[in-house]
Design a protein around this ligand. Structure first.
Ligand code: MN
Length: 306
């Protein structure tokens, strides 16, 4: 397993005081010969790409995708000033370089959260193409933020199958959008205010195909340090079969300042941040569940990029 802990205190110039600690890891799993997942975990960008296409082409596609994000100038400075429009530009570059390199025989999913600050307030800018997933544990509620681009999600949306039936459907792995392949390459974006104690989970489908939402929620709400939570999630996926590559990033938010520079745990009422930028198909799925995120401790500083 490739995993390290990282802690990033608020750098000078971050208005909100927000400090992030995070962990990450990836595992080939027990059945696949190659690990075709790629990821980037480097403040302010936390993202997972799941490459598709045999003979290492998937690995090329997912690698190109995260390297395109790593080329954003904000990665060098740690500035939290990325916008959805900027991300979209870099993803379009990734899309054409993947097509060029693989002859459109390979593609990749992408999902994750980018920390952005607007008027001194921190937000999670969540992005998604395909069926990797970004979840959020916030104020005791665990919910998938990203909405899959998959055949089974379309069947669920149409009311033809239940979410439970989708998890065992024979066509559950068919994605309807990807970077580098097919006609549909546009990402969806969501903008959510960061709440004190938020814990984000970004993962490839090798995690959520092996673990129920309840199982992931139980681990995330009981294991304190983000790296320990990552390791526990990956181990649980391997114990349940490890049929696919598994990649996991967990990001914790602390010292979130509200207006007036006072850190508080009170939920912000009716925040309507989505008005501030244009976001296609915005949707947040929230399933209230009775628990709270565990405390964490900071690990050693590390360069989280892969
Ligand atoms: Mn996968």
């Amino acid at each position: 397993m490739n995993s390290q802990a990282a802690s990033v205190p608020a750098a000078a110039g971050h208005d909100s005081g927000l400090s992030l600690s995070y962990g990450y890891g990836t595992d080939r799993g027990l059945r696949r010969e190659l690990n075709e997942d790629s990821f980037i975990a480097s403040d302010p960008v936390f993202a997972v790409a799941d490459g598709m296409g045999g003979h290492e082409a998937g690995e090329i596609a997912s690698g190109m995708c995260v390297r395109a994000l790593a080329a954003m100038p904000q990665l060098a400075t740690g500035e939290r000033s990325v916008t959805a429009a900027v991300i979209q530009q870099y993803l379009m570059k990734a899309d054409s370089s993947i097509r060029e390199a693989t002859g459109a025989r390979a593609g990749t999913t992408l999902t994750g959260a980018v920390v952005v600050e607007q008027m001194g307030m921190p937000y999670w800018l969540v992005m998604n193409i395909g069926d990797s997933r970004t979840y959020r544990l916030s104020q005791g509620q665990f919910a998938q933020v990203s909405v899959d681009h998959s055949e089974v999600q379309e069947l669920v949306d149409a009311g033809e199958i239940t979410p439970e039936q989708a998890t065992v459907h024979p066509r559950r792995h068919v994605v309807t959008r990807a970077l580098g392949a097919g006609d549909e390459t546009e990402a969806d974006y969501w903008l959510l205010p960061v709440e004190e104690g938020d814990r984000m989970l970004v993962c490839s489908d090798g995690l959520n195909a092996e673990l129920s939402d309840e199982h992931m929620f139980r681990i995330l709400s009981t294991v304190g340090h983000p790296q320990d939570a990552v390791d526990a999630l990956i181990q649980a996926a391997l114990r349940n079969g490890g049929r696919d590559n598994v990649t996991v990033i967990v990001v914790d938010a602390k010292n979130v300042m509200n207006d007036g520079g006072i850190a508080t745990t009170a939920p912000r009422p009716g925040s309507d941040a989505e008005d501030e930028i244009t976001l296609p198909r915005s949707q947040v799925v929230e399933a209230p569940r009775p628990a709270t995120a565990g405390e964490d401790e900071s690990g050693e500083p590390a360069d989280g990029r892969e």
